[in-house]
Design a protein around this ligand. Structure first.
Ligand SMILES: NC(=O)c1ccc[n+]([C@@H]2O[C@H](COP(=O)([O-])OP(=O)(O)OC[C@H]3O[C@@H](n4cnc5c(N)ncnc54)[C@H](O)[C@@H]3O)[C@@H](O)[C@H]2O)c1
Length: 324
C-alpha cells in the first residue's frame, strides 16, 4: 500500500515507517524536520520536507503520491510550549491535522490513523482509564488532541473518512530526543550516561504507563488492517479509539531504580519542587486494544530500557566521533 507517515522523521513516526517498510509498503514521509531528523528516515522511504500547515504543499504531495493510508504523527509535542503559545500549538496540532483530513478525503484514502495521547486527554486517572472515561485535558496540547479526535469523528460522519485513533501512553525507546521536553526515560538516560545528577520533580511517586516504541509501531500495523476492514460507523470518537499502553503503572522513583540497575548512578536523585499542572496518576486500560486489535505489548520494561540505554550510548559515541 502507499502510506503517508507525517512526522516520520521523528521518534515514534520513524519506527512506524520502519514497520511499514518491513511489511512491504511504499512510504512517503511528510516532515518539516522541526524536531525530527532526516537520519531517522528509513532509506526505502521518500522524505518530503514540508510543513503540514502548508495546505498547497500538502495537496501537491498527495496528488503525486496518491496515498491509500495517512498515518498522522506530525505534531508540536512540547506541553510547556503549548501552555506558553497555545495558538501555535493549535495551528500545528489542530489546523495542520484538519488540513490533512481534507486532503485525505479529496484523495479518497482508505483510512486515517491518528497519534493521540492517553496521557494528555484523560487527566488524573486513579484507576486505569478505559476509552470511554471522561476527558479532562489540562493542557492546550491535550485539548488539541481531544479536538482532533472530535474532528475525525465529524469527518467520518460527514465525509465518510474512516479513522483509527491511537491514544498512546508514555512512549520510550531509541531515537527519543534526550534534549527534548518529553520523555523522562531519555532524559534520565542522558543524565546517567553523562554521569550527571538526575532531578526528580516532586515526590517521584507520580505514576505513568511506559510503552516501548516498537510495540507502538506494531500497534500502528494492526490499526492499518483494522481501519480498512472497519465499517466506519462509530457513534462517537471513543468507538474509534484504542489505548496503546503497557497496562502497567510505574512511579518515577521505580523508573529511576530500574534504570540504575543498568547504569549505576553517581549520586542520589535530587528532588525539585513539583511542576505545576503535572498529573499525579496516568494509567491506561488496554483491554479494548487487546480484544479488538489483538494488540499486546511484547517488550518488557527491563528489555526496553536496556535497548534505549544501549542506543543512546551508541548515539552519543557516534556524535562525539563526528565532533573530533
Ligand atoms: N512521545 C510520547 O510519549 C507520545 C505520547 C502520546 C502521543 N504522542 C504523539 O505521537 C506523535 C509523535 O511524537 P514523538 O514523540 O515521536 O515526537 P517527535 O517530535 O519526535 O515527532 C514529531 C515529528 O513531527 C514533525 N513536525 C512537527 N511539526 C511539524 C509540522 N508543522 N509539519 C510537519 N512536520 C512537523 C517533527 O519534525 C517530528 O519529526 C505526536 O503526534 C505526539 O503528540 C507521543
Amino acid at each position: 500500500m502507499r502510506i503517508i507517515v507525517t512526522g516520520g522523521a521523528g521518534f515514534i513516526g520513524s519506527h512506524v515507517v520502519d514497520a511499514c517498510v518491513a511489511a512491504g509498503h511504499e512510504v512517503l514521509v511528510m516532515d518539516d524536520l522541526s524536531t525530527g531528523n532526516a537520519e531517522n528516515v528509513n532509506r526505502k522511504a521518500r522524505l518530503e520536507r514540508i510543513d503540514i500547515r502548508d495546505a498547497q504543499g500538502v495537496e501537491k504531495v498527495f496528488a503525486s503520491f496518491r496515498p491509500q493510508i495517512v498515518d498522522h504523527h506530525a505534531a508540536q509535542i512540547d506541553i510547556r510550549r503549548s501552555v506558553a503559545d497555545p495558538v501555535f500549538d493549535a495551528e500545528v496540532n489542530v489546523l495542520g491535522s484538519i488540513s490533512l483530513m481534507r486532503q485525505a478525503v479529496q484523495s479518497h484514502v482508505l483510512g486515517f490513523i491518528f497519534a493521540s495521547s492517553g496521557g494528555a486527554i484523560y487527566g488524573e486517572t486513579p484507576h486505569p482509564a478505559v476509552e470511554t472515561a471522561a476527558k479532562a485535558p489540562i493542557s492546550p496540547y491535550g485539548a488539541a488532541k481531544a479536538s482532533v479526535e472530535n474532528y475525525l469523528f465529524a469527518y467520518q460522519k460527514t465525509f465518510g473518512l474512516k479513522s483509527v485513533i491511537l491514544r498512546y501512553a508514555n512512549v520510550y525507546g531509541p531515537r527519543q530526543d534526550p534534549a527534548g521536553e518529553a520523555g523522562v526515560v531519555s532524559i534520565f538516560t542522558g543524565a546517567l550516561i553523562a554521569g550527571r545528577g538526575v532531578t526528580i520533580f516532586g515526590s517521584g511517586e507520580q505514576v505513568r504507563d511506559y510503552v516501548f516504541v516498537k510495540d507502538v509501531a506494531r500497534a500502528n500495523m494492526l490499526a492499518l488492517d483494522y481501519v480498512q476492514s472497519s465499517v466506519g460507523n462509530a457513534n462517537n470518537p471513543d468507538e474509534m479509539a484504542f489505548n496503546i499502553a503497557s497496562g502497567v503503572a510505574t512511579s518515577v522513583n521505580e523508573l529511576f531504580n530500574e534504570m540504575t540497575k543498568i547504569i549505576p548512578a553517581m549520586s542520589k536523585p535530587i528532588h525539585a519542587e513539583a511542576r505545576p499542572g503535572e498529573l499525579m496518576e496516568s494509567r491506561l486500560d488496554v483491554t479494548r486494544a487487546r480484544d479488538v486489535l489483538s494488540f499486546s505489548p511484547q517488550v518488557n520494561f527491563p528489555d526496553g530500557l536496556l535497548q534505549t540505554i544501549t542506543w543512546q550510548k551508541n548515539a552519543k559515541g557516534a556524535s562525539e566521533k563526528r565532533v573530533h
